[in-house]
Design a protein around this ligand. Structure first.
Ligand code: ADP
Ligand code: MG
Length: 253
């Protein structure tokens, strides 16, 4: 199993008070799945993504990645995993402003010690994959918001990560650019069997995913397969019972 969460909890301790952001989250994700994560603001989506993406650790519970317990790894070990296993796309594009598109995409390869020539080739190929080959030498300021976000996606993909995580990647885009970007995600999923976890508010996007996880108050309130993917994969594809049933939590309130 690619990802397995068991009763993950996260409590933020601000010193003054404690904020329970995740209150027992359990689910599994198989390689190749396209999962949309929905839920109201404050329901714990980003907290969940940060744990899944090794940016943060759970307060309690077990996170297994490729069958290894990664719940309590230290900062360095998590950074290593992040470099080798994942691509993360943020709502704000987080590009370096003085570096060209291709230089931005090369960064993860630089950290990984890939030689310059190979870096450039792989970065250009990945930009091509997101339809930006013609913009490789542009600075972020010379690109539209949608194009900048595609550079950020190329940067997340250049290492061939097992999983692509995206936390509201269309949040700063107008609706047309957002639509184009989501078409990119879908294409990556269909053509490259890329595993994708995507936080979105757009029900249309969620419709294109294989599966929709809905968060509410730090729990998984619903975990549903979309009809099209059940047809494609067979009804019994999902390997765990409903989250709520498994841990004796109350179902959707
Ligand atoms: P979402 O992404 O669904 O909007 P978050 O995961 O960002 O939700 O937040 C979940 C809860 O945790 C919210 O109540 C939020 O205020 C709280 N929270 C998030 N980050 C922190 C933090 N660093 N310190 C304290 N509380 C936090
Ligand atoms: Mg968020």
């Amino acid at each position: 199993m690619l990802i397995a969460l068991e009763n993950i909890q996260k409590v933020y301790d601000t010193g003054e008070f404690k904020v329970p952001a995740l209150a027992g989250v359990s689910f599994r994700i198989a390689a190749g799945e396209f999962v949309a994560i929905m839920g109201a603001s404050g329901s714990g989506k980003s907290t969940l993504m940060n744990i899944l993406g090794f940016l943060d650790r759970p307060t309690a519970g077990v996170y297994r990645f490729e069958d290894h317990d990664v719940s309590q790894l230290d900062r360095d070990a998590r950074a290593r995993l992040r470099r080798t296993k994942l691509g993360f796309v943020f709502q704000g594009f987080n590009l370096l402003k003085r570096q060209t598109a291709v230089e931005n995409v090369e960064l993860p390869l630089l950290y990984a010690g890939v030689p310059a020539r190979e870096r450039r080739e792989r970065a250009l190929r990945t930009l091509e994959r997101v339809g930006l080959a013609q913009r490789a030498r542009h600075l972020p300021s010379q690109l539209s918001g949608g194009q900048q976000q595609r550079v950020a996606i190329a940067r997340a993909l250049v290492n061939n990560p097992q999983v692509l995580l995206a936390d509201e990647p269309t949040g700063n885009l107008d609706s047309r650019a957002g639509k184009e970007l989501l078409a990119d995600f879908q294409r990556m999923h269909v053509e490259h069997q890329q595993t994708i976890l995507l936080v979105t508010h757009d029900p249309l996007v969620a419709k294109h995913a294989d599966r929709v996880l809905t968060m509410r108050d730090g729990r998984v309130a619903a975990d549903e397969m979309n009809a099209h993917s059940m047809e494609a994969r067979g009804e019994d594809h999902r390997m765990q019972p409903k989250n709520a049933a498994m841990h004796g939590q109350p179902a959707a309130r």
